[in-house]
Design a protein around this ligand. Structure first.
Ligand code: PHE
Length: 339
């Protein structure tokens, strides 16, 4: 009996299988009910009593050894299958298909990035606003046309609640809540009751800037905007400020940049003027500071507001502004950028 056990032990140690079929043959040969090891167990009752203990131990060891070996071979067969038949390790990996950011987000992020380098931080305000924060605090007279039903979306029957028409509403909130110095940007969505066309939409996006401190002058505003224009549109960009009017700034201006498509020579894009308008700005009206609890004898400041769609059009030459909200993947996929 002992020598038979040793023989089988050697056979078990030499077992090898190239595939699952060969492995199954081995299992049947040694470990099935009629297999050679099981047969030895049947013969066990003929072993002399004084040897039973030792032989029983050897028999169990043999059985465990055989089972371990079969398991080992099973793993080896499974691994070799997956390598040789299922995967070609020389193939290049499938490319990861990442989405792209929306062009308006790219522009917004770039504007934020440029101003954050000169110390501007970010705040946001609600899109559903009250009359005071959108108009009243910002020095709009009660009969001002911007409050008219034609421009403003009012909420149901309450004319005090409306969708903000500009991000300047965040100015009035921040000034009422924070003490100067304030140097902040307010990005956000705004709403106006306009017919939708390639150049106007009932919602669009703005980034507002506000700087309040002691001794802030128009020269500071001009310098910050020149820096922005050069960073956004290139070192050769020139700016031009034209006098304008906003109820909440005095003096007020609109800013043009030299057309970066023709370099200022004149082209269809700039309507042959060499200039394109990009934002409104001015010195915060003292009335607005006082409305928001800031002493206009001590503090002064500037504000500016720009349309994100407008800047995106200039930067990426998107002619139809409806493209931004139609979610056409063929359009969106073209925008790939660090922002
Ligand atoms: N709120 C103005 C608009 O929507 C832009 C603006 C902002 C002008 C800040 C001056 C100062 O047109």
């Amino acid at each position: 009996m002992k020598s038979r056990i040793n023989e089988l032990l050697e056979e078990v140690n030499r077992m090898a299988a190239a595939n699952a079929d060969e492995l199954e043959t081995l299992r049947i040969k040694y470990l099935s009910k009629k297999g050679q090891i099981s047969e030895l167990f049947n013969d066990f009752r003929n072993v002399a009593n004084e040897e039973k203990r030792e032989v029983g131990q050897l028999l169990n060891e043999l059985k465990n050894k055989a089972q371990d070996k079969i398991n080992e071979l099973k793993d080896a067969v499974a691994n070799s299958n997956s390598n040789t038949q299922q995967a070609d390790l020389t193939r290049s990996a499938d490319p990861l298909t990442l989405g792209t950011r929306h062009p308006l987000s790219l522009t917004k992020n770039e504007i934020i990035d440029i101003f954050s380098r000169i110390g501007f931080t970010i705040a946001e305000g609600p899109e559903i606003e009250d009359d005071w924060h959108v108009f009243g605090a910002l020095n709009f007279p009660p009969e001002h046309p911007a409050r008219d039903m034609q421009d403003t979306f009012f909420i149901e029957q309450n004319p005090d609640i409306l969708l903000r028409t500009h991000t300047s509403s965040v100015q009035s909130r921040v000034m009422a809540e924070q003490k100067p110095p304030i140097r902040m940007l307010f990005p956000g969505r705004v709403f106006r009751n306009e017919a939708i066309s390639y150049r106007a939409h009932c919602f669009f996006h703005q980034v507002e800037g506000l700087y309040i401190d002691k001794d802030v002058s128009f020269a500071d505003l001009k310098q910050a905007l020149l820096y922005f224009a050069k960073e956004m549109f290139g070192e050769d960009t020139k700016i031009r400020l034209r006098p304008s009017y906003f109820p909440f700034t005095e003096p007020s201006a609109e800013m043009d940049i030299s057309c970066h498509i023709c370099g200022g020579k004149g082209c269809p894009f700039c309507k042959h003027t060499g200039w394109v308008e990009i934002l409104g700005c001015g010195m915060v009206d003292p009335n607005v500071l006082e409305n928001c609890g800031i002493d206009s004898k001590i503090y002064s400041g500037y504000a500016f507001g720009m349309g994100v769609e407008r800047i995106t059009n200039l930067k990426y030459q998107v002619k139809d502004l409806r493209m931004f909200s139609e979610n056409d993947v063929r359009f969106l996929k073209q925008f790939d950028s660090a922002y």
